[in-house]
Design a protein around this ligand. Structure first.
Ligand SMILES: *[C@@H]1O[C@H](CO)[C@@H](O)[C@H](O)[C@H]1NC(C)=O
Ligand SMILES: *[C@@H]1O[C@H](CO)[C@@H](O)[C@H](O)[C@H]1NC(C)=O
Ligand SMILES: *[C@@H]1O[C@H](CO)[C@@H](O)[C@H](O)[C@H]1NC(C)=O
Ligand SMILES: *[C@@H]1O[C@H](CO)[C@@H](O)[C@H](O)[C@H]1NC(C)=O
Ligand SMILES: *[C@@H]1O[C@H](CO)[C@@H](O)[C@H](O)[C@H]1NC(C)=O
Ligand SMILES: *[C@@H]1O[C@H](CO)[C@@H](O)[C@H](O)[C@H]1NC(C)=O
Ligand SMILES: *[C@@H]1O[C@H](CO)[C@@H](O)[C@H](O)[C@H]1NC(C)=O
Length: 788
């Protein structure tokens, strides 16, 4: 890229003071991946952060995949099938990601979606969906399909390829759940720049649009209903001076408290009302399709009741052709969810306790999440934070997607984004545990259990940590476990799954000690990293020693002085030996590399099949259109003028033959056959189309040539008038020009004359492709003489 190109590519735009420089033609995306909906945003050169519209031009897309026998549907298309054929549609996958089969969320999922057959993966202990003997899908694979679909939507919107994404996860996602999302993205071939907590993404978006209001005094905000306390403040950094920073101070959540739970209660209420009408002998709750219809209606009802005091639920032909109609009031809805509303303040209190703050220190309250539109939820939240009103000036629905895409642009090398520092916080403490034999004074050996906190609750990340083991002289084992999770409710603790993360088995410790036996041991160091995605990684383990500088002979010392005049303080040389690490995963086993490859191939095969189907449909449509349009053309004068009766009959015959073939076999024919059929017909009609097209172009071509001939003739004439003394052209040049003009004119005259003799049904002599070079030639000669 040249400097000039670079400059022209530096698109600078300002979106309420955000300043983005683009140096390369790269686009990045974000997916705000909710349990029910996803929102996608993009940044591309010249286009600031923008929500990508889906195929239906909507700003949010259902997180759903429909696996039909011969194709997949996504988004609204998949949701449309959910009512007719719930068995083939997979939704709400978020709750079972990174969970073992015995997790209560799995049982809950099975209860909500009895149409799906879920089985335990014996190797990993996780679950998969058994669609049929051959068709089995893990939740990660299904999510991978959806993520790749989201990429497709982003690409369509950006009109360019996209590989890099920031994906949101609920702040309460633990290690296994985060890894599951990363695996899904990996299967989909998406490069995850970062998993960002959804609350943090909202907070970032809020902060970015209020840069100017952030100063060195901490401003505190609370993000709803899964509560988060955030402080905004400018901080001084070594690298880039004073920058705004957000820091997550407290997080409180209630996993099973959400909009979906309310919808399920409404659904069950509607089912009860239907059963009470006793129009059918059967229990509607046992009819999967009817329940799917009721759920859809319940979702609509919930939304309507947020703005209206009552509403009529209505479903045509709910079951056995019986229509259903029932009035539901907001207070009935509120009564159904009373216990849920009681739980709303819980997370806020928890977050405040985390942040060691009180309500009156909160400056603004930002509401996000669908359920916060429910008026009762707002009332309860306001009371919980002791505020009169809420900050409504943020598009809560899209804030996470926008915050995440800002982060994506910041992380991508292709964009230069005004820095906004993000310090997230680890919701779950993590510690290292190990046992060591100790000898008491009386010589009795006992095992002593030790714990070292690695990341305490609300520890900021990304962050690296090193734990040093000082007393081990031989191979040993340590455990990485979650710390005290006492702050979780009993229910959330059960959903949390294993509290043990990894067993780390070190080997080669003893031999490393023997190697440099005279050096002073600095212990065994385990290097941990909690990365931007909140995923804990054990980078490496090494044995460190400090070697005392060797006593050197006088001769050597003299040599050293020669090289280095200044007497240096003699530093101890550090010796580092890598220790072999064996890891045993104790939470949820990751799929093996081979499993991942199998999954990738599975998805790729499905994509290929979908693309093949789309290709076939395209060809089918083209063929249909070709037959129809050509049949129509054979009634138009300009076509009739150029065909003989015989040719017309031949074409008409072939077209109706093809049309009949389409009606009978064509719809089952393969892509190849359809393509052949189409090209056969095109070949047949090619000459006719050529004649029509050429005739259409004659007037323009002739006029263009005439104009050039006219200009060059006039030019030649005027040049000839120049007195010899001033003449700048040589005679040879002028003769050449004259000859070309003459030849061209002769050619034109002859061609026109020949064409006049031809029948319109014959291949025309006068063709566009012959005009162009001649016209160009005359023009070139003029140019040449002008340069002269
Ligand atoms: C993902 O989607 C793209 C089209 O957007 C497609 O080319 C690619 O093959 C898909 N990848 C997988 C693994 O399905
Ligand atoms: C920082 O901003 C807040 C409001 O945005 C204001 O109340 C406060 O006085 C400011 N502090 C300083 C030190 O400028
Ligand atoms: C809180 O987050 C959890 C986990 O994503 C989700 O299931 C729940 O619906 C959220 N609750 C609210 C009120 O948004
Ligand atoms: C989890 O780790 C603790 C402490 O290391 C240990 O006592 C316990 O047995 C482990 N539990 C499981 C299920 O591995
Ligand atoms: C040729 O050009 C002259 C001057 O531009 C114009 O008056 C004349 O009509 C043109 N003749 C033809 C045949 O285009
Ligand atoms: C061009 O044609 C004219 C008559 O049309 C003729 O007088 C002239 O000699 C020709 N010039 C050349 C170079 O062929
Ligand atoms: C071409 O035809 C035009 C009139 O149709 C005539 O004036 C001209 O002299 C002809 N030129 C040549 C080179 O045949």
């Amino acid at each position: 890229v040249t400097m000039r190109e670079r400059l022209s590519l530096w698109a600078v735009f300002s979106l309420t003071d955000i300043f983005v420089c683009v140096a390369e033609s790269v686009a990045v995306m974000s997916v705000d991946l909710g349990s029910e909906w996803m929102k996608i945003a993009i940044v591309k050169p010249g286009v600031p952060m923008e929500i990508a519209l889906n195929k239906e031009s909507r700003r949010k897309t259902p997180v759903a995949v429909c696996l039909k026998e011969n194709e997949r549907l996504f988004g609204d298309g998949a949701l449309g099938v959910a009512v007719k054929n719930p068995k083939v549609v997979y939704r709400f996958l978020q709750s079972i990601l990174g969970k073992t089969a015995d997790n209560p969320q799995v049982a809950q999922y099975q209860k909500h979606f009895p149409e799906h057959q879920m089985q335990r993966d014996e190797k990993r202990g996780t679950v998969f969906f058994k669609f049929s003997e051959e068709l089995q899908y893990t939740p990660e694979e299904l999510l991978g399909m959806i993520l790749n679909y989201s990429r497709g939507l982003a690409q369509d919107f950006a009109e360019q390829l996209i590989k890099d994404a920031v994906i949101t996860v609920p702040a309460c996602f633990n290690q296994a759940e985060r890894r599951a999302v990363l695996q899904a993205a990996h299967i989909a071939g998406l490069k995850v720049l970062q998993l960002i907590n959804d609350n943090t993404a909202v907070a970032l978006n809020y902060g970015v649009f209020r840069r100017k209001d952030i100063n060195s005094t901490a401003q505190v905000s609370s993000v709803s209903a899964n509560a988060t306390i955030v402080t905004y403040q400018t901080v001084k950094t070594k690298e880039s001076g004073t920058q705004p920073q957000l820091q997550i101070r407290g997080v409180g959540f209630d996993r099973t408290l959400g909009g979906f739970e309310m919808e399920l209660r409404l659904r069950d209420h509607l089912a009860k009302l239907f059963n009470e009408k006793k129009k059918s002998k059967k229990d509607v709750r046992e009819n999967l399709r009817a329940m799917a219809k009721l759920l859809k209606e319940a979702q609509r009802l919930k939304t309507v009741l947020s703005a209206n005091a009552e509403h009529m639920a209505q479903i045509e032909g709910l079951m056995d052709d019986i229509d259903f109609k029932a009035k539901v009031t907001r207070s009935e809805f509120e009564a159904l969810c009373e216990d849920l509303f009681d739980r709303v303040p819980g997370p806020v209190k928890e977050a405040l306790a985390d942040a060691e703050m009180s309500m009156d220190e909160i400056d603004q309250v930002i509401l996000v999440g669908g359920s916060t539109r429910v008026p009762r939820v707002q009332d309860v939240l306001l009371k919980a934070v002791g505020k009169e009103e809420l900050s409504k000036n943020i598009n809560a629905d899209e804030a996470a997607a926008m915050g995440a895409v800002y982060q994506a642009a910041a992380l991508s090398k292709a964009f230069k984004v005004k820095p906004f520092l993000v310090r997230d916080a680890a919701v779950f403490p993590i510690q290292v545990e190990f046992s060591r034999e100790t000898e008491e004074e009386d010589g009795v050996k006992t095992m002593k259990h030790n714990k070292r906190i690695l990341f305490q609750r609300m520890a900021p990340y990304p962050q690296r940590k090193v734990i040093t083991f000082n007393r081990y002289m031989d191979d040993f084992v340590f455990y990485i476990n979650y710390g005290d999770l006492g702050f979780l409710s009993e229910q959330d603790l059960k959903v949390f799954g294993s509290q043990n993360l990894t067993t780390v088995k070190l080997s080669g410790v003893g031999s490393s000690f023997k190697k440099h036996s005279d050096a002073e041991s600095k212990g065994i160091k385990a290097h941990f990293n909690m990365d931007e995605s909140g995923v804990l990684i054990l980078d490496r383990v090494n044995a460190e020693k400090a070697e005392k500088p060797e006593e050197k002979s006088d001769g050597e010392k003299a040599e050293e002085k020669e090289e280095d005049k200044k007497p240096k303080p003699q530093k101890k040389r550090k010796i580092s030996e890598d220790i072999t690490v064996g890891l045993e995963v104790n939470d949820v086993l990751d799929p093996s590399t081979e499993d991942m490859e199998v999954s990738k191939k599975k998805l790729q095969d499905l994509t290929d099949r979908d693309l093949e189907k789309q290709e076939r449909e395209k060809i089918l449509n083209s063929l249909e259109a070709f037959i129809f349009e050509t049949q129509d053309k054979l009634y138009q004068d300009e076509y009739l003028a150029v065909v003989t009766e015989e040719e017309k009959e031949q074409i008409t015959g072939k077209l109706s033959e093809a049309s009949n073939w389409m009606d009978e076999e064509g719809y089952a024919a393969g892509t190849k056959e359809l393509k052949e059929k189409l090209s056969e017909l095109k070949k047949l009609c090619k000459a006719m189309f050529f004649r029509v097209e050429e005739r259409k172009k004659w007037p323009d071509s002739l006029a263009a040539l005439d104009s050039i001939l006219n200009h060059s003739t006039i030019f030649l004439k005027s040049v000839r008038l120049i007195p010899e003394s001033d003449q700048i052209f040589t005679e040879v040049e002028l003769k050449t020009l004259e000859r070309v003009i003459n030849e061209t004119m002769t050619w034109k005259n002859e061609t026109v004359a020949e064409q006049d003799k031809l029948s319109p049904t014959e291949k025309p002599k006068m063709q566009r492709r012959l005009f162009l070079p001649r016209a160009m030639m005359v023009r070139l000669i003029i140019l040449f003489s002008q340069i002269h």
